[in-house]
Design a protein around this ligand. Structure first.
Ligand SMILES: *[C@@H]1O[C@H](CO)[C@@H](O)[C@H](O)[C@H]1NC(C)=O
Ligand SMILES: *[C@@H]1O[C@H](CO)[C@@H](O)[C@H](O)[C@H]1NC(C)=O
Ligand SMILES: *[C@@H]1O[C@H](CO)[C@@H](O)[C@H](O)[C@H]1NC(C)=O
Length: 253
C-alpha cells in the first residue's frame, strides 16, 4: 500500500486501495519444451484464480511474461529488464538449470523470491544458503533426491561399483539434462567404486561396453544398455538375474 493510498485511506474512507502483485513469468516459448509458456501460463492463471478465492479482494495479480529461451544469458537479461521496469515482486522461472542459476544468484541482491520447478542440479541445494537464498524449488524432480534413490537401489542389491554411461542431452528438457543428472549421481558421497563415460554420438556401443565396462565394471548385472538405445539386446547383454528395477528406472528416464 503506497503512502498516498494510506493517507487517502485515513482521510477518505470510501477510497478503495489495491495491492498489485507483479509476477514475472520466465519460461521458454517453445512448444517442444516440457515447460513451454503455452503449458505453464494456463496453470499460473488457475493458481491466481485460486489465490483470489481466499485473498482479500483488493489484492490483484499481474503476470509479465518474458521468454527465457532456456538460455544462460537470455534469462538473466530478461530478468534485469523486468526488474528495472519495476515489474517484479516475484519470479516464476526460469526452469532450465543454466537459465535459472544466474537469475537466482541475482535475486539475492534484489531480495525478491524466485520459484522454479526446475533447478534440478544438486548444486542448487548444496549452495542454497550462500548463493541461492531466495530460490524455492517447487518441481517434481530434484537430482539430489533422485541420486539418493539410485544409491538406495545400489545398496539394496549390494552393488559396490558402478559406471555411468550417459548422453549429454535429454530430449528437449533443458541443456545438458542427462549430464547434470549423471553428475549428481556420481558426486553423491558413497564409498562405492565409480566412474563415468560420455557416450558422445553413440558410435559403436558394443565396443564401448567392452572397453568401458569390460571386466572392470561388468558382472552379472549389466543392463544399462537397455536404457541407452531403448531396446533390449539379449544376445549382447546377459539378462540381470536380480530384479530389473534399476534398469527399468533408467529406461523410464
Ligand atoms: C509465443 O510465440 C508465438 C509465435 O511466435 C506468439 O504468437 C505467442 O504470442 C508467444 N507467446 C507468448 C506468451 O508470448
Ligand atoms: C485486477 O486484475 C484484473 C485482471 O487482470 C483487471 O481486470 C482489474 O482491472 C484489476 N484491478 C485492479 C484494481 O487493478
Ligand atoms: C525437440 O525439439 C525439436 C525442435 O526444437 C523438435 O524438432 C523435436 O521434434 C523435439 N523432440 C521431441 C521428442 O519432442
Amino acid at each position: 500500500m503506497s503512502l498516498l493510498c494510506f493517507l487517502a485511506f485515513i482521510f477518505l474512507p470510501v477510497v478503495k486501495c489495491f495491492t498489485e502483485v507483479q509476477m514475472a513469468l520466465m519460461v521458454p516459448n517453445d512448444t517442444h519444451r516440457l515447460f513451454s509458456v503455452d503449458i505453464v501460463l494456463p496453470a499460473v492463471n488457475i493458481g491466481i484464480l485460486r489465490a483470489r478465492s481466499f485473498l482479500p479482494s483488493d489484492v490483484n495479480f499481474t503476470v509479465h511474461y518474458a521468454d527465457s529461451k532456456c538460455h544462460i544469458g537470455v534469462g538473466i537479461n530478461e530478468a534485469i529488464k523486468l526488474w528495472y521496469a519495476g515489474k517484479v515482486h516475484v519470479f516464476f522461472g526460469p526452469v532450465c538449470d543454466y537459465a535459472v542459476a544466474p537469475v537466482a544468484r541475482q535475486t539475492r541482491f534484489w531480495n525478491i523470491p524466485i520459484v522454479s520447478v526446475g533447478a534440478m542440479a544438486a548444486e542448487f541445494k548444496k549452495f542454497h544458503v550462500e548463493d541461492y537464498p531466495t530460490l524455492t524449488r517447487a518441481g517434481a524432480v530434484d537430482f539430489t533426491v533422485f541420486s539418493a534413490l539410485i544409491h538406495k537401489f545400489l545398496d539394496q542389491f549390494k552393488w559396490n561399483k558402478f559406471k555411468i554411461l550417459y548422453e549429454q542431452q535429454g530430449i528437449n528438457v533443458s541443456d545438458d539434462f542427462c549430464k547434470i543428472m549423471s553428475s549428481s549421481i556420481y558426486y553423491t558421497p558413497s564409498n562405492k567404486r565409480k566412474d563415468y563415460f560420455n557416450l558422445g554420438d553413440l558410435g559403436d556401443l558394443e565396443n564401448i561396453i567392452i572397453s568401458e565396462i569390460g571386466i572392470g565394471y561388468g558382472g552379472m548385472y549389466i543392463g544399462w544398455l537397455e536404457f541407452i538405445n531403448g531396446k533390449r539386446d539379449t544376445t549382447l547383454i546377459p539378462r540381470p538375474l536380480q530384479p530389473h528395477i534399476l534398469v527399468d528406472l533408467f529406461f523410464f528416464w
